[in-house]
Design a protein around this ligand. Sequence first.
Ligand code: NZQ
Ligand code: ZN
Length: 385
Amino acid sequence: MLNFELYNPTKMVFGKGQIEKLSELVPQGAKILLAYGGGSIFNNGIHQQVIDNLKGFEIVEFGGIEPNPHFETLMKAVDVIKEQNIDFILAVGGGSVIDGVKFISAAVHFDGNPIDILQKHILIKENAMPFGTILTLPATGSEMNSGYVVTIKATQEKLASGGSALFPQFSICDPTVIQSLPKRQLQNGVVDAFTHVMEQYLTYPHEGYLQDRIAEGILQTLIEVGPKVVENPADYALASNFMWSCTMALNGLIQKGVPNDWATHMIGHELTALYGIDHARTLAIIGPNLYRVLFETKKEKLAQYGKRIFNLSGTVDEIANEAINKTVEFFHTMGMDTKLSQYTDDYNKTADFIVNRFDERGWKAMGERQNITLEKLKEIVEMSY
Ligand code: NZQ
Ligand code: ZN
């Protein structure tokens, strides 16, 4: 197993009715920026629950953080924090609101131009504004990690960054909140979490036996509960296992001591930046084709995955191939279209555009073996048309 350090200071408060603990979790006497998205928290009653459980605190509201949050919007929140002397941020929403709040937290005390945090990928290790979260959409794991993804609207760039100072102080994860989610978002959550596991698992055989078993446990749980939770989000057993699987998929645990890939995400982010396709759907488009193009170096692990997750048998090549087909089948069951041309007619130049961008950024050797060259990248994207 590879050496590793594991650090995760986020206090997870999980279960029904846990929003009631909010006033004990927020620092006493704090002046709070309550940050949220486009308004779903008003329709499902979560906003009211938050207000009811923060009696006595001074609250300033900042709504309108959009899906795939924009740098431009988040900087407005930074101004509000400075003008109003805010000292704590509460993010109430899905990955976009939580990610947005991480960037706000990083930018408030940043000494320099905050756009550099994104474009120069500056990791924030100190001086972040403390924040907590109430998760309303299981998917990203952002509630228990220190990463975030922010879009610069002006340049159509979707950039990931993070830093050890950007873990939430606490996250309240109440599985009953998923009842108001549209089917599409539930489907997205399952596929995003599934792909998070694949990025940390589907590499090559290694000595992280326990990490593999944990990763496989999350994949199996998502396959078991995913299709059902979409039909019945009010079922607490399904909802709670779905929510916890999403957190466990990306809270830093399964990536330790093992190789990591993450190229599907890096390519997928470009499809969202270019065409506005939902994050999870970009992963369903790219992931299987990345496994196909990288077949020779991933086939041993694909075969392990095929045997343990789908009970396949045959030669390594046969199982590995069939495992990719089964993955696509699962994505279809989860309501995903898996070709770029099903989302946009304007796809012909996508591969060239992404290759140029990655070339400019110096991203010429991605993946767990740094063997995703620009040529391979082009092949993956073209195969995804
Ligand atoms: O904005 P509101 O009105 O709240 O509506 C949202 C939004 O329209 C709605 N929603 C959320 N909770 C709801 C609800 N509607 C009804 N009932 C509820 N309980 O759902 C829509 C999508 O929300 P969003 O936050 O955008 O979705 P998600 O959680 O999938 O987050 C996606 C973002 O996270 C980033 C993605 O790139 C994308 O920008 N990621 C963050 C990661 C991380 N921090 O570790 C890792 C991921 O790989 C991912 O890249
Ligand atoms: Zn993701």
